[in-house]
Design a protein around this ligand. Structure first.
Ligand code: GLN
Length: 309
């Protein structure tokens, strides 16, 4: 069935690799079988449903994830719709790095409890996966009544991840994902325009963000798939370099970081130039040290980490 759907997508203008990837996503996602199970001949029960979605994909041009209502990130299923950015594989690097830093910070006896802020959380994928990948930390709230929490493990380190977004519609999806992936113990979502709803004295060990980084002026150069279906609130920055949000976050971060706290960003690139140079310069002026830059599989600077000194 995967081959037939791939062929159908290719006949309707999709490039071979994309057609294959989307066909696999659709058939596996809707049938509930893995690719191995399908290749070894498991009987798919819902072929009609799958074909209906394939036809809709071709007719509307909408991303396949909007039609199925879900996507995958770090191996987990996330609800998506047109109010949120579909999680991208590059963002997994950001989560992995944040988890590594949290673990190291966690080993520091002076470190106390961990608080992490995810700015522009969208589907909540970053906040939720950071929490999921740090199972050794307890929740900050000893009233949740779950095993491993609060008074019972009072000596243990706690973790709280706060995900914020300016979009109420995005927060609805994030909350749904948090519940489905059972991270309510340690993840909280809040409506906030960057730091607007962060309390004056609220301080974090790590601030992460994959902010909108495409300059509005480049709108017409984007793939139709992105331009017509991803929420513009999640894509575009107002300035010519696309660094408006990095700047606003770095300016406010000093006040909301604990001493030696970290800022981790996913970066974009505009006109073929990575934003790492210009973002580093803004960070330096705000009193941050550059800790590292991580490239993605295409050798593009993708994640950047700063520490407050
Ligand atoms: N944090 C979300 C993600 O990485 C949304 C990012 C955004 O909307 N710019 O997928």
């Amino acid at each position: 069935m995967i081959k037939r759907i791939q062929k159908f997508f290719m006949e309707n203008g999709l490039e071979a690799n994309d057609a294959r990837a989307e066909a696999e996503f659709l058939v596996c996602g809707i049938s509930g079988f893995s690719i191995e199970e399908i290749i070894t001949g498991c009987a798919i029960q819902n072929e009609d449903e799958i074909w209906a979605l394939a036809r809709k994909r071709v007719e509307t041009g909408a991303p396949i994830q909007h039609l199925t209502g879900f996507s995958y990130f770090m191996g987990d299923k996330f609800f998506v719709n047109s109010d949120v950015l579909i999680p991208r594989p590059e963002t997994e690097i950001l989560v992995q790095k944040a988890v590594d830093i949290a673990r190291n910070t966690g080993k520091n006896p002076a470190g106390g409890d961990l608080k992490i802020l995810d700015i522009g959380t969208g589907t909540g994928c970053i906040a939720i996966e950071i929490s999921k990948n740090l199972p050794e930390f307890n929740c900050a709230d000893n009233t949740c009544g779950l095993t491993g929490c609060g008074a019972e493990t009072a000596g243990g380190r706690t973790l709280e991840v706060i995900g914020i977004d300016i979009s109420t519609a995005a927060l609805r999806i994030a909350i749904k994902n948090m519940e489905a992936l059972e991270q309510q113990r340690r993840v909280v979502f809040r409506k906030s325009d960057i730091f607007s709803s962060i309390y004056e004295d609220e301080k974090f060990d790590i601030i992460v963000s994959n902010p909108p980084y495409i300059p509005l002026s480049l709108k017409d150069t984007l793939d139709d798939n992105v331009k017509n279906f991803d929420p513009h609130l999640a894509l575009f920055a107002g300035d010519k370099d696309g660094v408006e949000f990095y700047r606003r976050i770095l300016e406010g971060a000093k006040k909301h970081l604990k001493p030696n706290g970290y800022v981790l960003f996913e970066l974009g690139f505009t006109n073929g130039i990575s934003q790492s140079g210009i973002v580093s310069e803004i960070a330096r002026k705000q009193g941050f040290d550059l800790k590292f830059i991580e490239k993605d599989l295409s050798k593009i600077d993708r994640v950047i980490c700063f520490q407050l000194h």
